[in-house]
Design a protein around this ligand. Sequence first.
Ligand SMILES: N[C@@H](CCC(=O)N[C@@H](CS)C(=O)NCC(=O)O)C(=O)O
Length: 211
Amino acid sequence: MSLKIYGIAASRASRPLWVAHELGLAYEHIATPYAGGATRTPEFLQLNPNGHIPVVDDHGVIVWESMACALYLAQRYPLPGGGTLSGVTPAEQAEVLRWTFWTVTECEKDALAVLMHSVVMPPDRRKPELAQESGARLQVPLQVLEQHLAAGRAYVAGERFTVADICVASVLAWLLPVPALLASVPHVQDWLKRCMARDAQQQVRALSRKA
Ligand SMILES: N[C@@H](CCC(=O)N[C@@H](CS)C(=O)NCC(=O)O)C(=O)O
């Protein structure tokens, strides 16, 4: 099998994994952990000189950066019944690109701080004030998405589930352990719930429980 996805599912590798499962792709999962030095070996650094997961190796085409991996797979492979997770029309393509860049630049850093300092780090190392500041900053971009969805869009790029939903939901899902942060954005809550309930997403979550 020559499509390989490197990175444990409980990491940003969940992004290309989610796309792969939506597309029903046959792939080899090389569940490289981010801790313990596996991303610093000479072999791994050949794949990604940044020393990070995920990496996609598509028959020798190497892609790193999780959002690029997700966008790449969505563009490269069709949905099982035909169709695509990518944008088709120029307007859809624009939506896919702008919301994917938006989630990385406007949301990811603060969402990660919320997750780390509310849930992931051992309690004695958490800095609740950092989680609070990040949560407060996130209210601004969250309202932007709220207005976008409240205008009658079922999904980020319009009426259809696309890779943009995967990219944005992968980041905003980090806020789910702190429900108060989503209290003022009901359309975002509803959309996120629908994204996270998808079979492909549940399959990736099952993988992350195994690793
Ligand atoms: N911007 C990169 C960040 C990748 C990243 O930081 N991955 C983490 C796991 S989620 C990692 O590999 N950490 C290991 C390390 O930095 O040593 C992406 O989205 O792919």
